[in-house]
Design a binder for this molecule. Structure first.
Ligand code: ADP
Ligand code: MG
Length: 361
């Protein structure tokens, strides 16, 4: 066992030489697989999965970044989304949260093309951090307790060692013959990636993006819709403690159970959330039809659900109508209390408050 202040260059490759299928782990794995399959099934019935994913992904971007103390507000985030093509400058935290979403989509594209390889991990981190640098080449990366500054872990040092460990992680990820349950494997992979800690920063977020990509790779999901960060935020001390216990006590058991529980709980919450967004969308369409009559356009509903902070320019840009027409539509919807107008500086936003409430639940 390595000391906390010395590089963990002896980090063993996966899989750990322990019983990965104790009755308790198996029981949790079966449950997590069942709930996840329900979520997958539901997603396959959605008429417009892309639209919903965008919302869920953005929420995950916010939560996963918050674990790393990169904090933005819900309102600023959705205002930034509405301004994305206007060249507006937002706070650095908001920018990094939006980059997280880009990183996830980039990762998905690369994973589908060439798998979850070292190059894919690096590309995800580079998008996320908006940087050209890759694997750590210098010494001195340490994980410290943000409060006490006490060092809790020192990852392996030396680019070659880091690359070797990533290569064997890659092989483990793509080995379909080891017969280990995919969700248990996801837990092993997440620990291993964090223990290698290949980058100067962004390891936590890249590792959490890899989790969902792995589920898509294993076809446990057809779209990237399961995100554990909200669960992790609520159990952050345990997340940190259990990662440390794997290194220091080989306590894989509690770590695997933690991750399986995270999957079960999150999958059922996600199912609830997207089905309520789906119902809200249907109800809203009925109301909007009543208000706009023959000028009703289903693309407008899609925009209302892609941009919870809507503005005239977005309608114009998406071909709903010219400035004047778009403005009339939004004002009518505001008058009927379907959207709530909010003036901020020169801009009037029309907010889909019911959606905002559902999203932030
Ligand atoms: N004891 C530990 N051993 C290995 N990894 C850890 C440990 N404790 C926390 N971590 C991981 O390190 C991440 C933080 O690393 P960092 O590179 O700063 O990521 P990010 O910039 O995304 O915050 C945490 O989110 C967690 O996943
Ligand atoms: Mg960090």
């Amino acid at each position: 066992m390595s000391k906390r202040t010395e590089p963990n260059n002896d980090l063993p490759d996966l899989p750990p030489k322990i019983d990965l299928e104790s009755p308790e782990i198996l029981k949790k794995a079966i449950k997590a697989n069942r709930v996840l399959a329900e979520l997958k099934g539901y997603c396959q019935t959605l008429p417009d999965p892309k639209l919903l994913i965008n919302t869920v992904v953005l929420q995950e971007s916010k939560d996963s970044s918050a674990i790393e103390n990169i904090v933005t507000t819900q309102d600023e985030l959705y205002r930034a989304v509405a301004a994305i093509d206007d060249g507006f400058d937002f706070g650095s935290a908001t920018k990094e949260v939006l980059q997280y979403r880009e990183a996830l989509y980039k990762g998905l594209e690369l994973m589908e093309k060439r798998g979850l390889t070292t190059n894919t991990f690096v590309a995800i981190m580079q998008k996320l951090k908006h940087t050209g640098s890759g694997i750590r080449t210098t010494t001195g990366t340490r994980l410290a307790n943000p409060g006490t500054k006490e060092i809790i872990y020192t990852p392996p040092e030396g680019e070659n060692i880091i690359r070797e460990k990533l290569l064997s992680l890659e092989k483990f990820i793509h080995n379909d013959k080891d017969d280990i349950d995919a969700l248990i494997k996801m837990a092993l992979i997440h620990y291993q990636f964090e223990a290698i800690h290949p980058f100067a920063d962004g390891n936590g977020r890249t590792g959490r993006i890899m989790n969902v990509l792995y589920l898509v790779y294993k076809k446990l999901l057809n779209i990237p819709v399961l995100y554990l960060s909200s669960y992790i935020i609520q159990n952050k001390n345990e997340y940190y403690r259990l990662l440390k216990e794997v290194t220091e006590k080989q306590n894989w058991d509690d770590w695997i159970k933690f991750m399986l529980e995270a999957v079960s709980e999150t999958a059922s919450l996600t199912l609830e959330k997207i089905s309520s967004i789906q119902s809200l969308k249907k109800e809203t369409a009925v109301k909007v039809k009543r208000v706009l009559k023959t000028s009703y356009n289903s693309e407008l509903i899609d925009l209302m659900f892609s941009f919870p902070y809507l503005k005239i320019k977005i309608l114009e840009r998406n071909g709903i109508g010219h400035r004047q027409t778009s403005s009339v539509y939004l004002q009518k919807l505001a008058k009927e209390k379907i959207l709530k107008p909010l003036k901020l500086g020169k801009e009037i936003y029309y907010i889909n408050n019911k959606l905002m409430d559902l999203i932030s639940k």
